[in-house]
Design a protein around this ligand. Structure first.
Ligand code: NAD
Ligand code: WQD
Length: 345
């Protein structure tokens, strides 16, 4: 019996593959490599000393997806595959709806055909949209503010409908807050294409000298220092959350949403200071106008995941910044960088 990981070559997927292999699951990874490199899989195999069966396949290609289910006995699916850039989704909504929603529908149809009803899905805190109160808890109404967020919201609804149609389904909807950091080996991490959209990858590239200055998007929010506050979560903690969610879906049925966050919020300026300490580098920055669509404060109420999944985030911003920096320093060109040291843990 194997766990199928869609999008397993990507940032969060590759870290989750490590946790799965270390928990002795057999893995099959399906990824079209549209935003990743098979080098991440090679490095996961190096870190763990275990092998992964990899399919370069597209969720939109029903035959390719079906082939995976024909050739393997799949017990559960961890479904990461999707496009994730908020700004791009505004310009290319159809591409996002087709890739994320149609891809998920084809995956679920194939799962039903092969009698596989267990799924852990990558949702996002973006489904909370703009709320009046923090911390954000799972009972709040969901209302996304951009096409990317709407794909997550719609997929959550589709998966709820699926469970209502057939109670054999067992589904965890994991709402990630702001994933950052990298595996402590420094061998795998986030490898954005082009100029990063997200804060920590941008800061990392300023620290390593690839970019000259960080633009801070507004210092006039109603927060402690005027800059935006987010719940940054170490990707290794997040990855481990998938093991706990998988254990839950394998042992029960139903559909449930869980926040995966730390419950603590840090401002942009706090993250800059922490990164400067971790890297020993100065991060020049400039205050510019607010970014359209940004909210002032977002952080999780993680108590449901703590109570029901027995999962809690353990790593703080010091480790987040140190591990992001190690990955950036040793891999200035991401997965295109040759590795000199393997199996460092
Ligand atoms: P990522 O881009 O690194 O990984 C996604 C992977 O899916 C990539 O390897 C890509 O090649 C693959 N993929 C995309 N479309 C595919 C398709 N049609 N068929 C097969 N493979 C396909 O992104 P990530 O940061 O690892 O995010 C993983 C999941 O978590 C995504 O669904 C994302 O929306 C969600 N998420 C991410 C964040 C974040 O900040 N990184 C936050 C919340 C939710
Ligand atoms: C964090 C803070 C910015 C970059 C996004 C998606 C969300 C989710 C995670 C997938 C904010 C500020 C940022 C920069 C800055 N992804 N910032 N200068 O916007 O919370 O969430 O990624 O589901 O859907 O929207 O993350 O890292 O972009 O921003 O000042 O160059 O850093 O304004 O306050 P965000 P982020």
């Amino acid at each position: 019996m194997s766990i199928l990981v869609t999008g397993g070559a990507g940032y969060i997927g590759s870290h989750t593959c490590i946790e799965l292999l270390e928990s002795d699951y057999d893995l099959v990874v399906l990824d079209n490599l549209s935003n990743s490199s098979v080098e991440s899989i090679r490095r996961v195999e190096n870190i763990t000393g275990k092998s992964i069966k990899f399919y370069k396949a597209d969720l939109l290609n029903r035959n390719e997806v079906e082939q995976v289910f024909i050739e393997n006995t799949i017990e559960a699916v961890i479904h990461f595959a999707g496009l994730k850039a908020v700004g791009e989704s505004v310009h290319k909504p159809l591409q996002y709806y087709q890739n994320n929603i149609s891809g998920t529908i084809i995956l679920c149809e194939t799962m039903e055909k092969y009698g596989v009803y267990n799924m852990v899905f990558s949702s996002s805190a973006t489904v909370y949209g703009l709320q009046q109160q923090v911390p954000l808890s799972e009972e709040l109404p969901i209302k996304a503010t951009n096409p990317y967020g709407r794909t997550k919201l719609m997929i959550e609804e589709i998966l709820r409908d699926l469970y209502n149609s057939n109670n054999s389904w067992s589904i965890a909807l994991l709402r990630y807050f702001n994933p950052v950091g990298a595996h402590p080996s420094g061998l795998i991490g986030e490898d954005p294409n082009g100029i990063p959209n997200n804060l920590i990858p941008f800061i990392s590239q300023v620290a390593v000298g690839k970019l000259s200055c960080l633009n801070i998007f507004g210092n006039d929010y109603d927060t402690k220092d005027g800059t935006g506050i987010r719940d940054y979560i170490h990707v290794v903690d997040l990855a481990y959350g998938h093991i706990k969610a998988l254990e839950k879906v394998l042992s029960s049925s139903g559909v449930d949403a869980y926040n995966l966050g730390t419950g603590k919020g840090y401002s942009v300026l706090e993250m800059i200071r922490s990164f400067e300490k971790a890297s020993g580098r100065n991060i020049p920055y400039e205050i510019v106008g607010r970014r359209t669509g940004d909210i002032a404060i977002s952080y999780a109420d993680p108590s449901k995941a703590i109570a029901e999944l027995k999962w809690i985030a353990k790593k703080g911003i010091k480790e987040m910044c140190e591990d992001s920096w190690r990955w950036q320093l040793h891999n200035p060109n991401g997965y295109k960088t040759e590795t000199k040291v393997l199996r460092v843990t």
